[in-house]
Design a binder for this molecule. Structure first.
Ligand SMILES: O=C1O[C@H](COP(=O)(O)O)[C@@H](O)[C@H](O)[C@H]1O
Length: 240
């Protein structure tokens, strides 16, 4: 647990650089699933501003998003737009390895189900859903991760890896999201959040809740599930 959000973002950025370097040393390439939200953007900005970022061969990183707000290309609220501004426009990524969700004015027009199905095909382009090296997630005040909101149809999805999500309680109402089964393909899942408003959700996810009530409770990695918190977000956890 870290003093505040700035320190948390800096520490997470340092961990991320190390994880990507280690993955490339072990397998030649690295795969990273990005998240939207304030903490996700703050971490990417810290990577951008760190001299250590040049230890990563960005041309050999496959980039995905855990969820996307279903909006026109370049819309400032798209997670892709924010990730590009925070980091991807500043490092030499290979455009062929940047796997964004289709926008609402893209190939499938205003059809989020088609965009979700296409993204599922992107994930399985090499046979099966990749064992992502690191999958980043923010956590919402009510415990959502990616665009999986409590008690929504998407959180009950057991078969599909990507779904369209409608009527979201947080704007915009229409999104595309990886499901919990897809998230659980990652080697490492890192849940990052800050601030007192997240403390109830964090405590519920870590102590008692099921994934339908608190989707963050179901976001686990194959080899590691890492919670990265500041003291305010952690302040309702029971004593260790
Ligand atoms: O809308 C979203 O919100 C969550 C959490 O965002 P935060 O600003 O509270 O950290 C984020 O993880 C998700 O990707 C995004 O689409």
């Amino acid at each position: 647990m870290h003093r505040d959000g700035v320190l948390l973002a800096a520490v997470t950025a340092a961990r991320l650089v190390t994880a990507l370097v280690d993955a490339q040393a072990a397998r030649g390439t690295a795969s990273l699933v990005l998240t939207g939200g304030r903490t996700g953007a703050a971490v990417l900005e810290q990577v951008r501003d760190s001299p250590a970022r040049d230890a990563v061969d960005w041309s050999r990183v496959d980039l995905y998003w855990g969820d996307e707000r279903f909006l026109p290309a370049g819309h400032p609220d798209r997670n892709e737009t924010q990730s590009r501004a925070a980091l991807l426009d500043h490092v030499p990524v290979d455009p062929e390895r940047v796997h964004a969700v289709e926008p609402s004015d893209g190939r499938f027009g205003d059809d989020p189900d088609a965009a979700a199905a296409a993204y599922a095909e992107v994930l399985t382009a090499r046979g099966s859903v990749p064992a992502f090296d690191v999958l980043l997630l923010g956590v919402g005040e009510e415990g959502h991760v990616a665009s999986l909101f409590p008690e929504s149809p998407a959180v009950h999805e057991h078969d599909r890896t990507v779904v369209a999500v409608r009527d979201c309680p947080k704007p915009p109402p229409t999104r595309v999201s990886l499901t919990l089964p897809a998230i659980r393909h990652a080697r490492e899942v890192w849940l990052m959040t800050t601030g007192e408003a997240k403390a109830d959700a964090v405590a519920a996810a870590l102590v008692a809740a099921n994934e339908v009530d608190i989707p963050a409770a179901g976001a686990t990695g194959l080899s590691r599930t890492l919670w990265l918190l500041d003291t305010a977000a952690a302040n309702k956890l029971p004593p260790a």
